[in-house]
Write a protein that binds this ligand. Sequence first.
Ligand code: FES
Length: 145
Amino acid sequence: MAHAELSVGEVAARSGVAVSAVHFYERLGLITSRRTGGNQRRFDRDVLRRLAVIRAAQELGIPLKQVQDAFRKLPDMRAPGRDDWEAISSGWRDMLEARISKLERLRDRLGECIGCGCLSMDRCSIFNDEDKAACDGVGAVFLER
Ligand code: FES
């Protein structure tokens, strides 16, 4: 049976997040728990969704500070609903779209010249003769466009 409240061990087991990380996120105020009479932490089940979003954000390279700012919009006293989460995702949408299109460019162009200045690919002489891309910026100029 799915319990309404979970111990830190159950949270760690179900979320795949280490107990030490659960404590760390709690210290950052990203998640909250209550204490039992025996001073044990008990988490509401919605903590699992918060941890899933934190992990996804981290895998995407979204700084914890941005997650903290977003989570501050979530209600404290009740489990966040669809509208609450949509408010967060709409705030992240532009950033996520930019990351998605950058990942797509990387996927689609890794076999091509990316304008990084290496001039090591046969296509570099066609697309980046004499490293003319250096005039347009630093790094993989063609990936940034
Ligand atoms: S891939 Fe580096 S300059 Fe073309």
